[in-house]
Write a protein that binds this ligand. Structure first.
Ligand code: M6R
Length: 629
């Protein structure tokens, strides 16, 4: 949602913070702001700058009116929740006396009561945000505490104990020349520990490790309801909200700054699309054992736990939900366990039937999506087992799950998920096959063959990518469309949904995905002369002649004037007479086909958005990880 950076060390804080914000801008780009602490000795001042719009606006402001040099600073990039995306509502927010500056990610649910309390004391608010109360409360708490090394952290703990909702807070104080304090509840915060070339220690805070990856890969993961202090000389100390010491979990980030650069591509999305063969290969790496056996070391559920499962729920949001829809087809077929798939924001509110023998698979690229996290917690409250499929090491969702299967996509910066999705789908296959393996397999030969087929996926994705030039040309020709429809059956139905979502979020074109067989029950009325309809065709080898039915669906829409864009397997000649455009994909077993058929839809959406002149990496109104419900 919002991006947060903090720095204490020998370098120029503003440089470090702005560089971190550039890497975190994908988390929100409604406004950006920074604050630094200036002055020698114990009593200094804060200087801050903030601006609505993208980070570039703030950078221009700072170029025109530079802030004084400092070695301690904080920065924020915002996705607006409370209060519009204006200069006034941009973070940091300052206390009434200007001694405290705070940045925040999340929502403070009891802010209204706290605001009234502050106003009764005579505080005049300078913004419409929920965040600003924390700056005023922190200033009061600090002033009421005796001087001492723990004063700032204790003030933060005093404030946190009064807050409800979700928050990551980072604060700087004019009287604290060496210390930043931060806190987290239900929102992400990681600490980076580095050293400059001359051996001086430096400390970083970030919403995720991208904030400091250019400086260090040594990270500390914080737990729920913890306060952290980073101090130039005392280093790092962590407590819970009551002040009891806590031990953060140390880990080393397994990617470097280059992985979070565009690497010569115009857009991060294009780079991430191109990385998919590697991402799929890395997700499979070390997990396909000899003789068709799967090796999933991170699954911390016993074989008996897995044998006891009689129902699976897959719960996720957006693109990850589409991966879950594909998982249903695969897991049910391979394991014969019933699978339900549900958007996380609906899951817990309808009181689903869960117990010890239910496996809930939560899928999240970021590991921070609040809807998914809340669904996970509900599942655990109901005693269900929770397995997370996640890309972000150190994030909240895997930490709170009983087991985790990491996708190894590497950092995904573009807001539209691409390699995140493909690797989620692959991870779902691994979960399905693993369950089948542990529980005994109905289609033994088929499952063993599928394990071998998985090995071929990276090359098949690479083959698709080699043939994308005509898809780009097609995208340019579709850029003026008002509506584009996507059809699919069986596993191609979620692919159609994903194709439509990509187009909506990037190109702002009305797009809908339909189960191809449902079209005749209503949506076919949408088709007009020239309406583009993308049809994802299953393999001619798919069961129960789904292929033939989809070919009929193509004819039906064409007969009503549609411009048909057909994604079909190499050698499928049945579609040729009815396709205005054909996009070929390699022959792939039916259940694995989404890994190849999705790729042209990603490229198509990216090209259409680019042609329309939109920011492909940072579409309007969106943020990469949605850390509010
Ligand atoms: O980080 P997550 O996988 O939990 O995110 C879920 C969705 O917010 C995400 O997939 C979203 O739909 C993307 N913008 C899709 O491209």
């Amino acid at each position: 949602m919002c991006g947060i950076v903090g720095y204490v060390g020998p370098q120029d804080a503003l440089d470090v913070v702005l560089e971190g914000l550039r890497r975190l801008e994908y988390r929100g780009y409604d406004s950006a702001g920074v604050a630094v602490r200036i002055g020698d000795g114990a009593s200094g001042e804060l200087a801050s700058a903030k601006k609505a719009g993208k980070l570039a606006n703030l950078e221009k402001l700072l170029a025109d009116s530079p802030l004084p040099a400092s070695t301690i600073g904080i920065g924020h990039t915002r996705w607006a929740t409370h209060g519009g995306p204006t200069d006034r509502n941009a973070h940091p927010h300052l206390s009434a006396d200007g001694r405290v500056a705070v940045i925040h990610n999340g929502i403070i649910e009891n802010f209204a009561a706290l605001r009234t309390e502050c106003e009764r004391r005579g505080v005049e608010f300078a913004s419409d945000t929920d965040t600003e109360v924390t700056a005023h409360l922190l200033a009061v708490a600090y002033d009421e505490l005796p001087a001492g090394p723990d004063r700032f952290a204790e003030a933060m703990r005093v404030v946190c104990r009064r807050l409800e909702g979700a928050f990551t807070l980072v604060a700087t104080h004019a009287d604290e020349p060496d210390t930043l304090v931060a806190a987290r509840r239900n929102s992400p915060l990681v600490v980076g520990i580095g050293e400059t070339a001359d051996g001086t220690a430096e400390y970083f805070l970030g919403s995720d490790v991208a904030a400091f990856i250019a400086h260090t890969r040594e990270a500390r993961e914080l737990g729920q309801d913890q306060v952290v202090e980073i101090d130039r000389t005392r280093g790092l100390s962590v407590t819970d909200f009551s002040g009891a010491p806590a031990e953060p979990t140390a880990y080393t980030v397994d990617w470097d700054a280059a992985a979070a650069e565009k690497g010569g591509y115009d857009w991060f999305m294009l780079k991430e699309i191109a990385e998919q063969p590697r991402a799929v290969a890395d997700t499979l790496l070390g997990r396909l054992g000899e003789n068709g056996q799967l090796v999933l070391d991170e699954v911390r559920l016993s074989d008996q736990d897995l044998r006891d499962i009689d129902k699976v729920f897959v719960v996720a949001c957006g693109t990850a939900y589409h991966a879950g829809l594909i998982a249903k087809y695969a897991i049910e077929h391979w394991t014969r366990i019933p699978v339900e798939v549900e958007v996380a924001s609906e899951f817990r509110y309808r009181d689903p039937v869960l117990d010890r023998s239910t496996l809930v698979v939560v899928i999240s690229q970021s590991g921070e999506t609040m809807d998914t996290l809340m669904a996970l917690r509900h599942a655990k409250d109901q005693k269900a087992r929770v397995l997370a499929i996640c890309n972000a090491n150190g994030s909240t969702i895997p930490r709170e799950s009983d087991a985790v299967l990491y996708t190894h996509a590497g950092p995904e910066v573009a807001v539209a998920s691409t390699k995140g999705f493909l690797t989620q789908v692959v991870a779902c296959y691994l979960v399905g096959l693993f369950l089948a393996q542990v529980r005994g397999i109905k289609y033994e030969d088929e499952v063993a063959a599928i394990v071998e087929d998985l090995r071929g996926l990276p090359d098949q994705v690479a083959q698709v990518l080699e043939q994308m030039e005509p898809v780009r040309a097609l995208g340019r020709s579709l850029a003026d469309s008002n509506t584009i429809l996507f059809l699919g059956r069986h596993v191609a139905f979620p692919v159609a949904l994903e194709g439509a979502l990509k187009l909506k979020e990037l190109a702002y074109i009305h797009a809908e995905g339909f189960a191809a067989g449902e079209l005749k029950h209503g949506p076919i009325a949408l088709i007009d002369e020239g309406t583009p309809v993308v049809v994802v065709v299953p393999s001619p080898r798919s069961r129960e002649s789904v292929h033939g039915k989809v070919v009929s669906n193509i004819q039906e829409v064409r007969a009503r004037g549609a411009r048909t864009i057909v994604i079909a397997e190499e050698g499928d000649e049945d579609v040729v007479p009815y396709a205005d455009h054909i996009i070929r994909v390699p022959r792939t077993p039916t259940l694995l086909a989404p890994v190849v058929t999705t790729v042209p839809l990603q490229v198509l959406a990216c090209e259409i958005a680019d042609t329309r002149g939109y920011d492909v990496d940072q579409p309007r109104n969106l943020a990469k990880s949605v850390t509010v419900e």
